[in-house]
Design a protein around this ligand. Structure first.
Ligand code: HEC
Length: 143
Protein backbone atom coordinates (compact mmCIF):
# COMPACT_ATOMS: atom_id res chain seq x y z
CA UNK A 1 0.00 0.00 0.00
CA UNK A 2 1.07 3.54 -0.56
CA UNK A 3 4.01 2.45 -2.76
CA UNK A 4 2.63 4.00 -5.92
CA UNK A 5 2.57 7.41 -4.32
CA UNK A 6 6.36 7.40 -4.21
CA UNK A 7 7.10 8.65 -7.68
CA UNK A 8 6.53 12.15 -6.50
CA UNK A 9 8.46 15.34 -6.86
CA UNK A 10 12.07 15.85 -7.88
CA UNK A 11 14.33 17.08 -5.13
CA UNK A 12 14.84 20.82 -5.19
CA UNK A 13 18.50 20.57 -6.03
CA UNK A 14 17.76 18.94 -9.37
CA UNK A 15 15.29 21.54 -10.55
CA UNK A 16 17.70 24.22 -9.50
CA UNK A 17 20.57 22.72 -11.45
CA UNK A 18 18.53 22.71 -14.62
CA UNK A 19 17.28 26.26 -14.12
CA UNK A 20 20.85 27.41 -13.92
CA UNK A 21 21.64 25.52 -17.11
CA UNK A 22 24.62 23.63 -15.81
CA UNK A 23 26.44 21.68 -18.42
CA UNK A 24 26.21 18.14 -17.18
CA UNK A 25 29.49 17.14 -18.81
CA UNK A 26 31.58 19.69 -16.98
CA UNK A 27 29.66 20.47 -13.81
CA UNK A 28 28.67 18.52 -10.82
CA UNK A 29 29.44 21.14 -8.24
CA UNK A 30 27.05 21.68 -5.39
CA UNK A 31 26.00 25.31 -5.06
CA UNK A 32 24.23 27.16 -2.34
CA UNK A 33 20.90 28.69 -3.40
CA UNK A 34 22.58 32.13 -3.31
CA UNK A 35 25.31 31.00 -5.67
CA UNK A 36 22.79 29.35 -7.96
CA UNK A 37 20.84 32.58 -8.05
CA UNK A 38 23.94 34.63 -8.90
CA UNK A 39 24.85 32.20 -11.65
CA UNK A 40 21.35 32.36 -13.14
CA UNK A 41 21.33 36.16 -13.03
CA UNK A 42 24.85 36.29 -14.43
CA UNK A 43 23.89 33.92 -17.21
CA UNK A 44 21.09 36.26 -18.33
CA UNK A 45 23.31 39.35 -18.09
CA UNK A 46 26.11 37.62 -19.95
CA UNK A 47 23.80 36.53 -22.78
CA UNK A 48 22.28 39.99 -23.04
CA UNK A 49 25.51 42.01 -22.92
CA UNK A 50 28.63 39.97 -23.52
CA UNK A 51 27.89 36.81 -25.49
CA UNK A 52 28.11 38.43 -28.92
CA UNK A 53 31.82 38.97 -28.29
CA UNK A 54 32.79 36.57 -25.52
CA UNK A 55 32.58 32.94 -24.55
CA UNK A 56 33.98 31.55 -21.34
CA UNK A 57 36.13 28.86 -22.89
CA UNK A 58 36.80 30.19 -26.38
CA UNK A 59 38.10 33.29 -28.02
CA UNK A 60 35.33 35.00 -29.98
CA UNK A 61 35.78 38.71 -30.76
CA UNK A 62 37.28 39.20 -27.32
CA UNK A 63 39.29 36.87 -25.10
CA UNK A 64 37.96 33.73 -23.45
CA UNK A 65 36.79 34.73 -19.99
CA UNK A 66 38.04 31.66 -18.18
CA UNK A 67 40.44 32.20 -15.30
CA UNK A 68 39.74 35.93 -15.03
CA UNK A 69 40.02 35.87 -11.26
CA UNK A 70 43.55 34.55 -11.66
CA UNK A 71 44.54 37.18 -14.23
CA UNK A 72 43.15 40.37 -12.79
CA UNK A 73 41.98 41.64 -9.39
CA UNK A 74 38.24 42.13 -9.07
CA UNK A 75 38.49 45.94 -8.87
CA UNK A 76 40.34 45.95 -12.18
CA UNK A 77 37.59 43.85 -13.77
CA UNK A 78 34.87 46.12 -12.39
CA UNK A 79 36.53 49.23 -13.86
CA UNK A 80 37.30 47.51 -17.13
CA UNK A 81 33.77 46.29 -17.74
CA UNK A 82 32.28 49.67 -16.84
CA UNK A 83 34.64 51.59 -19.10
CA UNK A 84 37.45 49.78 -20.83
CA UNK A 85 38.35 52.69 -23.14
CA UNK A 86 39.03 54.88 -20.13
CA UNK A 87 41.45 52.30 -18.78
CA UNK A 88 43.22 51.97 -22.09
CA UNK A 89 43.43 55.76 -22.32
CA UNK A 90 44.80 55.95 -18.77
CA UNK A 91 47.75 53.83 -19.88
CA UNK A 92 47.01 50.83 -17.65
CA UNK A 93 49.64 48.40 -18.83
CA UNK A 94 47.48 45.28 -19.01
CA UNK A 95 44.57 47.18 -20.60
CA UNK A 96 46.81 48.59 -23.33
CA UNK A 97 48.31 45.16 -23.92
CA UNK A 98 45.03 43.32 -24.52
CA UNK A 99 43.61 46.23 -26.49
CA UNK A 100 46.56 45.97 -28.90
CA UNK A 101 46.41 42.19 -28.87
CA UNK A 102 42.79 42.20 -30.00
CA UNK A 103 43.32 44.50 -32.97
CA UNK A 104 42.52 47.72 -31.07
CA UNK A 105 38.92 46.72 -31.05
CA UNK A 106 37.08 48.72 -28.44
CA UNK A 107 34.89 46.90 -25.98
CA UNK A 108 31.72 48.91 -25.23
CA UNK A 109 31.18 50.47 -21.80
CA UNK A 110 28.45 48.97 -19.65
CA UNK A 111 26.15 50.66 -17.17
CA UNK A 112 26.14 47.66 -14.90
CA UNK A 113 26.32 47.76 -11.11
CA UNK A 114 29.14 46.09 -9.19
CA UNK A 115 26.62 43.47 -8.07
CA UNK A 116 25.60 42.71 -11.65
CA UNK A 117 29.21 42.46 -12.79
CA UNK A 118 29.96 40.11 -9.92
CA UNK A 119 27.05 37.94 -11.06
CA UNK A 120 28.52 37.80 -14.55
CA UNK A 121 31.92 36.87 -13.14
CA UNK A 122 30.34 34.19 -10.95
CA UNK A 123 28.52 32.84 -13.97
CA UNK A 124 31.72 32.81 -16.06
CA UNK A 125 33.56 30.99 -13.31
CA UNK A 126 30.82 28.38 -13.11
CA UNK A 127 31.19 27.67 -16.82
CA UNK A 128 34.94 27.25 -16.94
CA UNK A 129 36.16 24.19 -18.74
CA UNK A 130 37.28 21.54 -16.35
CA UNK A 131 38.97 19.13 -18.71
CA UNK A 132 42.56 19.73 -19.73
CA UNK A 133 41.70 19.19 -23.39
CA UNK A 134 39.05 21.90 -23.38
CA UNK A 135 41.32 24.22 -21.48
CA UNK A 136 44.39 23.91 -23.68
CA UNK A 137 42.19 24.20 -26.73
CA UNK A 138 40.93 27.60 -25.75
CA UNK A 139 44.27 28.85 -24.50
CA UNK A 140 45.96 27.81 -27.73
CA UNK A 141 44.01 30.41 -29.67
CA UNK A 142 45.17 33.27 -27.45
CA UNK A 143 48.47 34.56 -28.73
C1 HEC B 1 31.59 44.31 -29.05
C2 HEC B 1 32.38 43.26 -28.47
C3 HEC B 1 32.46 43.11 -26.97
C4 HEC B 1 31.42 43.06 -26.04
C5 HEC B 1 29.94 43.22 -26.29
C6 HEC B 1 32.03 42.78 -24.75
N1 HEC B 1 33.39 42.68 -24.88
FE1 HEC B 1 34.75 42.27 -23.40
N2 HEC B 1 36.26 42.47 -24.73
C7 HEC B 1 36.13 42.72 -26.08
C8 HEC B 1 37.45 42.84 -26.69
C9 HEC B 1 37.73 43.09 -28.16
C10 HEC B 1 38.38 42.66 -25.66
C11 HEC B 1 39.92 42.71 -25.75
C12 HEC B 1 40.44 44.05 -25.29
C13 HEC B 1 40.13 45.19 -26.24
O1 HEC B 1 40.26 45.02 -27.46
O2 HEC B 1 39.75 46.26 -25.73
C14 HEC B 1 37.60 42.43 -24.43
C15 HEC B 1 38.15 42.17 -23.19
C16 HEC B 1 37.45 41.83 -22.05
C17 HEC B 1 38.02 41.47 -20.77
C18 HEC B 1 39.49 41.30 -20.45
C19 HEC B 1 39.81 39.84 -20.65
C20 HEC B 1 41.16 39.38 -20.27
O3 HEC B 1 41.53 38.29 -20.72
O4 HEC B 1 41.86 40.06 -19.54
C21 HEC B 1 36.98 41.23 -19.92
C22 HEC B 1 37.08 40.81 -18.47
C23 HEC B 1 35.76 41.45 -20.66
N3 HEC B 1 36.07 41.81 -21.95
C24 HEC B 1 34.51 41.27 -20.14
C25 HEC B 1 33.33 41.57 -20.82
C26 HEC B 1 32.03 41.48 -20.21
C27 HEC B 1 31.75 40.99 -18.80
C28 HEC B 1 31.14 41.88 -21.15
C29 HEC B 1 29.64 42.03 -20.99
C30 HEC B 1 29.19 42.84 -19.89
C31 HEC B 1 31.89 42.20 -22.36
N4 HEC B 1 33.21 42.00 -22.11
C32 HEC B 1 31.33 42.64 -23.56
C33 HEC B 1 34.95 42.84 -26.79
C34 HEC B 1 33.69 42.87 -26.22
Amino acid sequence: MGETAQSTVQPDSLTQASTVGLDSTTQAVAMTPEQAEAVAAGDALFKGNCAQCHAVNDVVVGPALMGLDKRRPERWLLSWIKNSSKMVASGDEYAVKIFNQYGKQQMPSFLLSDAEIRQILTYAKSQEATSVAEYSNAVAVVK
